[in-house]
Design a protein around this ligand. Sequence first.
Ligand code: NAG
Ligand code: NAG
Length: 227
Amino acid sequence: MKNPLIMRGSPLLFLLLAGVCVAGYRPVIIVHGIFDGPKQFEKLRNFICKVHPGTEVTVIDLYNNLASMKPMWKQVQGFREAIGPIMRRAPDGIHLLCFSQGGLICRALLSTTPNHNVNTFISLSSPIAGQFGAWRDNFLRLKKLVLIGGPDDGVITPWQSSLFGFFDCNENVVEMRNQEFYKNDTFGLKTLDTRGKVSVCVQSGVKHVTWHSNYTVFMNCIEKWLT
Ligand SMILES: *[C@@H]1O[C@H](CO)[C@@H](O)[C@H](O)[C@H]1NC(C)=O
Ligand SMILES: *[C@@H]1O[C@H](CO)[C@@H](O)[C@H](O)[C@H]1NC(C)=O
């Protein structure tokens, strides 16, 4: 306690500096799906602003609607350029919430951005099982992986692929923890899960296009991670 004035003063200074751009919540970046765009995510943005006022929510306004059919690598490049500056402005990291095809774009983004500062990756009804590259190190930078899906989705097949499950050769669904890539820890999923960093949220009664506008889903599966 050599200098109580500074000891007392510095937290205040810190708050003042931090208060300029954040209100206590990390910025949320939303990556839309196929044939949609920012317009379809207004409800979700309102949900977030209602429960976490002051959150900076950005729905990336790129490759909307028909343009969402453009080649994936091109889209990934575009989204990277849009997301980069937001990441750099966020010393405590960001949350990435990706819907449907957006989940694949986010996965590609993560796997090719070694110094990303994504705190929580929320995959909302996204066919996230499928091919995967060498993204182990980047994957393990995540503080939280949240997988959301459900049996009444109607578009994601099998619906369990939104939770890293997939068909085996006999078209039986094999759940995440029995998948070879999990057991082998091929890209770090098992490590992340063992650390208690993987959260799975299954909701029934939700059709694919309504995931992001359903307040119950938001409160049950998303809200608590957006801090
Ligand atoms: C898992 O490990 C086994 C044995 O090392 C190997 O044969 C198999 O190809 C691996 N599978 C994956 C998905 O990495
Ligand atoms: C919203 O989600 C809940 C489950 O979280 C589901 O029971 C309900 O049917 C959904 N509502 C609509 C309109 O999709």
